[in-house]
Design a protein around this ligand. Structure first.
Ligand SMILES: [Fe+2]
Ligand SMILES: [Fe+2]
Length: 479
């Protein structure tokens, strides 16, 4: 099963050749995908060779083969992780029953909705990032951007395969709509809020891949537990790619911090809050980085949905969407009658209350996400500690700047104090990027496309990609 058929137009390990109708449907969608890619994918660079990894098999050795390819010729494949023999549904009302190879009629609408929401995020992020190539701080970073982009494209293929294979005409219509919605468009926006925000600069890109791709990881982890086996296997393979996206973000911010700290030390700047002094040296000041964390983290927390949610309870009970590492949790995996601690606003302050565990599935996934972010912050803070600079980056309080869920109606500071709306508004630019912060960051975004060179505001990586050094010609712009 791990052999990938590369001879056909659409590389796959799902034996597409044996299902002519499906193959025709996907082949009909292919040129529309390419039109979308050329129109809404990376702006420019479509005809240059990029050093990209492609999955040639789904086992440990074969899934990341590096080579030069022009992006429109990238082999977007349909790849599922190997089936687990005799796999059983691990949670909910059907716990212990064999996993489904087909969609149970009663859960058709639920599964369709979940796949469409997941699928919609994939092209959305490509659209959000489409202008970044023009201001890449190095060829190494340009390659990483395009790697993320082509793989988000492949994730779209993954969801379109499931929709077309299991939902017939409905699935084909959804597949069309996935190419028709547009990030940030007022008439046809993408489904989720964070995917309609702009990604105007590389600091935003690294924050997005650190925080929002990490939400992607949590959603995929929850769907990888699914009793609908093809979805589980699809998500398990997507997770192997997601790791690199988060690496790009985490290491990108780390390199920005290294450049900032080095410039501060070289110029004897002791006070990290002396923004003007720091900016004089063409690097990004630490308070602006904190504000960007506050923004991207809070909009990403919204993606997990309401703390208390009947939809999430239904999806869990149905065996469709589990908890993070469901198969490693020690409890009855059915949660009837059990409780989970959820932070709630009570009488003008926050309090932990015991909620029915089934209704608190979203809150729990968000907690796991928050835990997953902590080591990222620790790694970033080590840069300042090593440089002897007294500044600590922090995750804001989970209730800060929320638009979805129980905190949406409260004005909350990054440290978790509820304040009145006017006080919040008057301090907003201390907590979130001000126009002038964004303008400064944007002023730094000049392309640095010379082989081996890096923009002033970002340090070179510690090592390169695909066995190559950091100063390798990752994108052949002259070709
Ligand atoms: Fe993705
Ligand atoms: Fe991703």
């Amino acid at each position: 099963m791990s052999a990938v058929d590369y001879a056909s137009l659409i590389p796959n390990n799902v034996d597409l050749a044996s299902d002519r109708a499906l193959q025709r449907a996907l082949e009909a969608w292919h040129p529309k995908f390419l039109d979308w890619w050329r129109g809404m994918g990376p702006d420019g660079f479509q005809d240059v060779e990029v050093f990209l990894r492609t999955a040639v098999s789904v086992d440990r050795e074969g899934w990341a083969k590096f080579g030069f390819v022009k992006m429109p010729q990238y082999r977007w494949g349909i790849l599922l992780a190997p089936a687990v023999p005799d796999r059983k549904i691990g949670f909910g009302a059907h716990k212990g029953e064999p996993v489904w190879q087909d969609i149970p009629g009663e859960y058709r609408a639920l599964l369709r909705r979940l796949m469409v929401i997941q699928g919609d995020t994939e092209p959305a992020s490509v659209e959000q990032q489409r202008h970044l190539g023009k201001t890449a701080p190095s060829l190494y970073d340009l390659r990483n951007l395009f790697q993320v982009n082509v793989e988000e494209g492949r994730h779209l293929w993954a969801m379109v395969y499931l929709l077309q294979r299991y939902f017939g005409r409905d699935g084909r219509e959804e597949a069309e709509m996935l190419l028709n919605r547009r990030s940030g468009n007022v008439d046809t926006p993408r489904i989720l809020g964070a995917f309609n925000e702009r990604t105007p600069d590389w600091l935003s890109f690294f924050m997005f891949t650190s925080f929002t791709d990490r939400d992607g990881k949590m959603q995929l982890e929850a769907l990888a537990q699914s009793g609908f086996d093809p979805l589980s296997r699809t998500c398990r393979f997507m997770l192997t790619e997601e790791g690199h996206h988060m690496f790009v973000g985490k290491s990108g911010v780390e390199r920005i911090l290294r450049a900032t700290c080095a410039a501060m030390n070289a110029n004897g700047i002791k006070d990290p809050r002396d923004v003007a002094a720091v900016r004089r040296h063409g690097v990004i000041d630490l308070p602006t980085i904190q504000k960007k964390i506050n923004f991207h983290y809070s909009v990403t927390l919204d993606l997990f949905g309401s703390e208390i949610s009947t939809n999430a309870a239904n999806a869990f009970n149905a065996g469709i969407k589990g908890r993070f590492h469901e198969d490693q949790i020690e409890d009855d995996h059915q949660l009837q009658g059990s409780t989970y601690r959820v932070l709630q606003p009570v009488d003008g302050r926050f309090d932990w209350i015991d909620a029915p565990a089934l209704s608190a599935i979203n809150a729990r996934l968000r907690d796991d996400y928050i835990d997953d972010c902590e080591p990222v912050l620790r790694a970033w803070n080590r840069v300042m500690a090593d440089a002897g600079i007294d500044f600590e980056l922090r995750l804001p309080h989970r209730a800060f700047h929320r638009k979805v869920g129980d905190f949406a109606n409260y004005s909350v500071t990054p440290t978790g104090d509820i304040v009145d709306a006017s006080r919040w508004q008057s301090s907003a630019t201390e907590w979130l990027p001000a126009e002038s912060d964004l303008e400064y960051v944007s002023s730094l975004m000049q392309p640095c496309h010379t082989v081996g060179a890096f923009a002033s505001w970002i340090a070179p990586p510690i090592s390169g990609v695909g066995g190559k050094p950091g100063d390798f010609e990752y994108v052949r712009l002259a070709s």
